[in-house]
Each structure stands twice: as C-alpha cells, then as structure tokens.
Design a binder for this molecule. Structure first.
Ligand SMILES: Nc1nc2c(ncn2[C@@H]2O[C@H](COP(=O)(O)OP(=O)(O)OP(=O)(O)O)[C@@H](O)[C@H]2O)c(=O)[nH]1
Ligand SMILES: [Mg+2]
Length: 475
C-alpha cells in the first residue's frame, strides 16, 4: 500500500496522547491486584460460549483501544484496524461509543497501555457508561486481568471478540466443535481469572484467590474437554477425508478471501447453492461444496470461512478440517472486494494465511469482485498488469461471469494436460515418486535416462522440479 495515499494528520485525532515509557507501572512483573472470591457462584461446567463472551446478550456500550507502534506502524493503519474492530464489535451485537488511540514504542507488560492512558480510559468508561473495553491487539492473561481490575469492567481483545462472533455463527456440528476448542484453548491460560467461580470451597478461607489445587482441578476439567473435542474433530476430519477421496478425479475449486468480499454470493451465483449471504463479517463458517458445470465440464466448488487480519494461528489450526478443502483443492479462486479502500492489504493477509496453511502454491485466479461499486474503472487496467491471472466481476450483478468461467476452464485444462519429463541420470526412486503423485500415462527406460509422461498437478510439478533440479527436467 502506498503511504502517501493516506495522509495522516495529527489534528484529526485530537484524543491521541503520547505517553513515555517511563510512565509504565513499576514492578512490571508483579500482578498488583488480588483475585476476588465469588462465593455465590456454582461449581459446574458451562460452555465458554455461554459464559465468557456474552457481548451478544444485550446492547453493550464499548470503548475500543488501538495502539500504534512507531516506526513500523503508522497511525492511519491503527485507524483502519479500529474501523474493522468496530465492524466486528457491531457484528457481535454491541455499540462502539468511543475509540481511543495511543502511540507507544514499547508495550507495558502489566497493562499493555501506559498508566496515564489507563487512568484516562477508566474516566471515559465512567463518563460514557461503558461496560466493556476491547483492545485491537492480543492481551496476555496478566494484562487482561490487570486492566479488568483497574477499569472495573470487562476487557476483551480482538481474538476474544472474533471467537465470540464465531460462536454466534457456528451452525454445523463441526463448526461448533472447532469454535469451542478454540475458545477453551484461549481460556486455559486465563483460568485463574475466569474460573474463580469454581473456588467456592475455598471462599471462606481468605481473600487470596482460589487455592492451587482448585485451579489445577479446573484446568484438568478444561484439558479433558479439549482432548475430547480434539478426538471429535479427528473423527470429523477422517469422515471428510473419505468424502474427498470419493471426488478425487473431479477438479476441485475453492473460494478463499477476506471476510465479506462476496465468496458466498459467487458460489450461489455459479452453483445455485443457498449459502447465507450477508453484509457482515464471518457470515460463513462452514464449508459448503457444490458441483458446478462450466461448458459441459463438471467441477466441484467449495466456499469456506473468510480470513481477517490478526486471525489467531490457533483459530486457523482449529479450523483445519474446514480449511482442508482449500489445502486439497486443485484451483484457488482468491476473491477480493476491489471496492474496499484497503483491498491490497486484505490480499496480503489472505496470502499470509494461505502460507500458514501451506496452500500458497496452488494455481490461483485473482477474482476482483464488486466492480459495480468501482468509481474509477481505470483501476482495473492497472490491476490487470499487477496480477496476471485475474478477472474482474460483480457476483451480485452477474457481471463478467463468462470471463471467470473461461479462466477457470483454461486453468482446469492446463491441469489435465499431459506433460513429459526426463530423469537424467536414471533414478528409480524418483520415478516411483512420480507414480505416487501423478497419473502416469507412459514410461520408458533408456540407458542414461528415464522418460515419464503423466498428468500432474501444477503445484506438485513445481515442487518436484525445485527439489530435484539436478536430475529432473521438462521435455
Ligand atoms: N455491490 C456489490 N455487493 C456485493 C457483490 N458481491 C457480494 N456483495 C455483497 O457483499 C456482502 C458480503 O457477501 P457474502 O457473499 O456474504 O461475502 P462472503 O465473502 O461470503 O463473506 P463471509 O462469509 O462473511 O466471510 C453482501 O452484502 C453481498 O450482497 C457485488 O458484486 N457487488
Ligand atoms: Mg460467506
């Protein structure tokens, strides 16, 4: 992204205030608040979605907090991130009443923001009758606990908020299991704070918080549940793998992209599916696979969960069985909302996430969607030069779908074209590897080389050519 496109004027953000690092709390390593004892609460297992992340219950009034860390981060970026955080907060059913920014080159171990800022924040919460404060960055359990004590309010970070939305939108058994697993993993290191309700039997002893034994017991309950959920996901994984095996010979296409770019709209348009389409973040959590016929050729297309910046790796990991559709597809359609002011940053976020999934070397068509909203159609010519495999469409209006179909067919055909390789000098283990990864259509052994004709997925071909550069070449 070009910085100069987003001039940042300090005047626009009068609430910004610089606080120097020496204003951090002394004794940074010491949590300075005691755990309260809640004698009234029950000792029972409650699903995390039902007790910890209740932003959806009533219209909560929320303050958002964003920290800019110069010089690597620029203020307009924090501003953009908080705008997105506001959308997320609204999706979770709460109302943002103020956004607070801070410039800080280092982060306080105890409270994330500086002491002066924390005091200011506390005052604003009082003034604006705010129940919840949400930070754009991940907070450590200690920071979260200290902030809750200092502000006397619920404090969440971006991860907790995303988890909350996921919990609201999960429909299928698999999605619910994946979300609960991610929530419990988020909770585990925060147990001392969250599970004080389990400390009933220690309530009378003193005010020092739950005893170690009790915390250990609670952790064990959560760990057992995590193990149980992992087993359940393994079973789901295996079932899905079997289903996918049955469709091995059909070209599989997966739709990926930032959240809210129009993936489900496109799937519905092309396949007549009825996946929920909505102008909100993370409308889709489950993967849906539908068959689609393009000029007489049958293909399978899948829609899945969208990506977002700062998507916790743990969350990606727990969505593995959903995302396997992407990992195992032959062609990726990377859908982009070209009308979004920060679409280029979104493209990078999606690419980074695909990298984490080891799915970044798939043959990819960039699908620039929502061209009906483009004020300057000239943008497209520039993008075409920048992204060679790209098409420009409007899924909602059905614009240029023919071009998209043609691009898909071309890529699918390319994948099924026979190719010829030469292994020189002959290497039988490499030939055996070809038999494992490709469909062999012919093979001949000469004295000084082996010739192989086969149909091989392009990403596999690239990998092979790279790894065996010394003895493998395309004929
Ligand atoms: N103007 C315009 N709006 C579109 C277009 N395609 C999709 N939309 C709108 O964009 C919003 C998001 O569409 P979805 O299909 O739900 O997007 P998604 O990528 O599946 O989003 P998630 O599942 O939430 O990650 C909806 O309000 C759609 O109506 C388009 O071509 N033009
Ligand atoms: Mg969707």
């Amino acid at each position: 992204m070009n910085d100069t496109e987003y001039p940042y004027d300090e005047e626009d953000f009068p609430e910004t205030e610089d606080i120097s690092d020496d204003e951090q709390y002394e004794n940074d390593d010491e949590p300075y608040f005691e755990e309260p004892i809640d004698e009234e609460s029950e000792r029972e297992y409650v699903k995390p979605s039902e007790r910890t992340f209740d932003t959806a219950r009533k219209t909560e009034r929320v303050i958002l907090v964003g920290v800019t860390r110069p010089p690597s981060q620029l203020r307009y970026e924090t501003d953009e991130h908080l705008e997105e955080l506001e959308l997320l907060t609204e999706t979770a059913g709460a109302e943002v009443v103020e956004k607070i920014f801070q410039n800080r080159s280092s982060i306080s171990v105890t409270t994330f923001i500086g002491k002066g800022k924390a005091e200011y924040l506390s005052q604003r919460c009082e003034d604006l009758d705010v129940q919840t404060v949400i930070f754009d960055d991940d907070l450590t359990p200690v920071q979260q606990r200290n902030l809750e004590r200092a502000l006397n309010r619920k404090v969440l970070d971006r991860t907790a908020l995303i988890l909350d939305i996921f919990a609201m939108h999960a429909r299928s058994n698999a999605a619910k299991t994946q979300v609960e697993l991610a929530q419990l993993q988020y909770m585990l290191p925060r147990l001392t704070r969250m599970w004080t309700h389990l400390s009933k039997q220690y309530g009378g002893i003193g005010t020092k918080g739950p005893g170690e034994t009790q915390i250990e017991t609670d952790r064990r309950i959560v760990r057992d549940r995590i193990a149980h959920l992992k087993e359940k996901l393994d079973r789901i994984d295996r079932q899905r793998a079997t289903q996918r095996k049955g469709r091995k010979d059909i070209t599989r296409i997966s739709l990926v992209g930032y959240t809210n770019v129009g993936k489900s709209t496109l799937l519905n348009m092309l396949t007549g599916a009825d996946v929920l389409v909505e102008d909100m973040l993370f409308a889709t959590l489950d993967s849906t696979v539908r068959s689609v016929e393009i000029e007489g050729r049958a293909l399978l297309m899948s829609d899945t969960v969208g990506f977002i910046r700062k998507l916790p790796t743990r969350l990606i990991a727990s969505f593995k069985s959903t995302l396997d559709e992407v990992v195992e597809s032959d062609i990726v359609l990377h859908v982009v909302d070209v009308s979004h002011p920060y679409f280029k940053e979104q493209i990078e976020v999606v690419r980074d996430t695909l990298k984490e999934l080891h799915a970044d070397d798939k043959p990819t068509i960039m699908v620039f969607n929502k061209i009906d909203l483009l004020e300057n159609p000239g943008t497209m010519a520039g993008l075409k030069g920048e992204y060679p495999y790209s098409v420009f469409i409007s899924a909602a209006r059905g614009m240029s779908i023919g071009e998209l179909n043609a691009a898909i067919l071309l890529m699918a055909e390319e994948q099924h074209r026979e190719k010829e390789f030469e292994i020189r000098p002959p290497d039988f283990s490499l030939s055996a590897e070809f038999h494992r990864v490709a469909r062999i259509t012919g093979e001949s052994y000469e004295e000084d080389h082996i010739r192989i004709r086969c149909v091989i997925p392009p990403d596999v071909e690239q990998r092979m050519l790279k790894v065996y550069a010394d003895r493998l070449r395309v004929v």
